[in-house]
Structures are given as C-alpha cells and as structure tokens.
Design a protein around this ligand. Structure first.
Ligand code: SAH
Length: 234
C-alpha cells in the first residue's frame, strides 16, 4: 500500500466518522467503494469533490429499478433518451473547474439533477439549465425533496447560458456540443473555467477544459468521452 493511499484512507475515515457529512443508508458501502475504486484510484484527489461524491445519494437520482446499479462504473438511463453520467466523469468535471465554496457554477444539462447536487454540496450558488421540460420539472422536485433548495433550475436551451446570473466562475456542460457555445465563453468570469465535451453527437468526443485569463481564452483536451448530444432550440 503506498503512502498516498494510506493518507486517502485516513482522510476518508475522518469523513465517514465525522457527523458532518455521513449519510447512512443501505448504499453507504457501495458509495464508499465507488469513491475509493472508481474515483480516487483514477486520480481524483480534491477532497472537496470526494466528500461531495460520498455524500450525494446517487440512487435517489435514478428510478427504483436502477437503484442497485446506481453506484456502478457506468452511465444509467434517466428517461427521454438521456443518461446520468458515469460517477468518475461527474467527479472529474467537478475537479477540473476547481469548484470551491462561494464560487458560482452553471451547469448545462440538468438531467436527473445529480451533477447539480454534487455542486450544491460544494457551493451555495448553483444554476442549472435543462432543455427537456419533463426532466427539468422532475429535477426541481427531486432536488427540493433531497434538501438542495438553493439550486436554481431553468427549462431552456442552455446554449445561451443564463445571462441574468452571469458571470460564472465555473460552467459544466454535460451534453456534447459541436463547438464551444460563444455565449458560455462570454458569461465566464475572469479566471473562470468551462468543462465541455466537444465533438460529433453519438461518437467519441473530447472533454475540453476552457480557461479565461486576462480576457484570453485557452483550451485543453482532457480525455475522450461519450455524452448525449446538446440539442438546440426546443
Ligand atoms: N448532468 C445530468 C446528466 C446529463 S445528460 C445528471 O447529472 O443527471 C444531458 C442532459 O442535457 C439531458 O438531460 C439533456 O436533455 C440535456 N440537454 C441537451 N441539450 C441541452 C441544451 N441545449 N440545453 C440544456 N440541456 C440540454
């Protein structure tokens, strides 16, 4: 066992035994294993992200027939042809935008509301946009029921961002776009970060990290990913 792993395990034990974040349910052990084997062991070390992933009850974001698969290493259907992303990808995207307490984040593609809930464990300023009305409505209800009452959800085309609340320190796009939507770049704050899958729909895309520094925008390819497409203007 290497030193890093020992420190991680000590850290996780502290998290688990601190009343602060422990959520006990029938899936606690599966959630712990998900964080340890799928997320930490693949290189996610930001404890803020690990704690959030350990706390959010992922099974509450999928229908009951998928509860037993909720902590598995893959995406799951959430209806309307959409999916809740693989846990590792949720953690990776959250780590890449360096979300911290007090920062303002915009998510495009609310889906089940899971990524928004993970963000809401880290900061109070979470805004999320979903294009499918039924999904937006069920996410609002679910987030409310689970106590994520500060998350603001809007039913709209997220391509245009959410100007009223801009600028955002972080923007997480959870559907694949053919290009980086210019309105999102405009609505990004100085030193802000966007994480977005870019590429053709139904093919492998590039997860890209976009940064704005002194008004200049730079992009970096992170890993190949497969997301449902960012659809337009319904
Ligand atoms: N983040 C979600 C999963 C995302 S799946 C979760 O944690 O569950 C991608 C979502 O993006 C789908 O719900 C899809 O309807 C939505 N979507 C696709 N195009 C969109 C657009 N232009 N604006 C907002 N949402 C969009």
């Amino acid at each position: 066992m290497n030193v890093q792993l020992i420190w991680f395990l000590i850290g996780l034990c502290q998290i688990i035994y601190s009343n602060e974040i422990q959520v006990q349910d029938e899936y606690s052990k599966q959630r712990f294993d998900m964080v340890k084997y799928q997320i930490q062991e693949r290189g996610i070390h930001d404890t803020t992200v690990l704690k959030a992933m350990l706390k959010v009850q992922r099974h509450r974001f999928v229908s009951e027939k998928y509860h037993h698969q909720a902590y598995a290493d893959h995406p799951l259907p959430i209806g309307y042809g959409q999916t809740i992303s693989q846990p590792y990808i949720v953690a990776l995207m959250t780590e890449l935008v360096e979300l911290k307490k007090g920062k303002k984040v915009l998510e495009i593609g609310t889906g089940s509301g899971y990524q928004a809930a993970v963000c809401a464990e880290i900061t109070d300023s979470v805004f999320t946009i979903e294009i499918i009305k039924e999904l937006a409505e069920s996410a609002i209800e679910r987030l409310e029921k689970l106590g994520y009452t500060k998350v603001k959800v809007k039913n709209a085309d997220g391509y245009y961002g959410w100007k009223e609340y801009a600028p955002f320190d972080a923007i997480i796009v959870t559907a694949a776009a053919e290009h980086i939507p210019p309105p999102l770049i405009e609505q990004l704050s100085e030193n802000g970060k966007i994480v977005i899958p870019v590429g053709h729909p139904y093919q492998v895309q590039n997860l890209m990290l976009v940064e704005k520094k002194k008004g200049k925008v730079s992009t970096k390819n992170i890993i190949p990913v497969r997301f449902v497409p960012l659809t337009r203007g319904r």
